[in-house]
Design a protein around this ligand. Sequence first.
Ligand code: ATP
Length: 138
Amino acid sequence: EARTLVLVKPDAVRRGLVGEVLRRIEAKGYTLVAAELRTADPALLEEHYAEHAGKPFFEPLVTFMSSGPVLAAVVAGERVVEGFRSLAGATDPTSAAPGTIRGDLGRDWGRPVTENLVHGSDSDESAAREISLWFPGL
Ligand code: ATP
């Protein structure tokens, strides 16, 4: 069965939205395989976001993502990579469609990084790489 890595980002944890995000994942019919609340090391986040190294938002992104706990989760289900990205909505929460996590719960706060509540792997290959990074041995 397919798996994806979901991160409930520090902005969502601070706002008390962990339950709401997990509720939407479970209501869609996906299964939680693992979940852990933890404050990630910058080194882990630099690996996680390696494809963005060198971009102007890279350092602010790593700073934001290590600014407090994230809920890291492995979620399973048929075509779950695509399905969770559909649940999450577009990257920019201001224009993300209503009905999505970002569209319903997010907005622009005028801060340097796009604080958009959640991360989901963008392909099966990324999911495998990210799951081994966050949950070695799973
Ligand atoms: P994610 O990978 O977090 O699910 P995504 O695939 O929609 O989101 P990416 O393009 O992979 O977005 O960018 C990773 C993250 O970096 C975004 O979710 C956002 O938090 C931040 N980000 C992306 N582009 C910008 C930008 N132009 N300015 C500021 N932050 C950005």
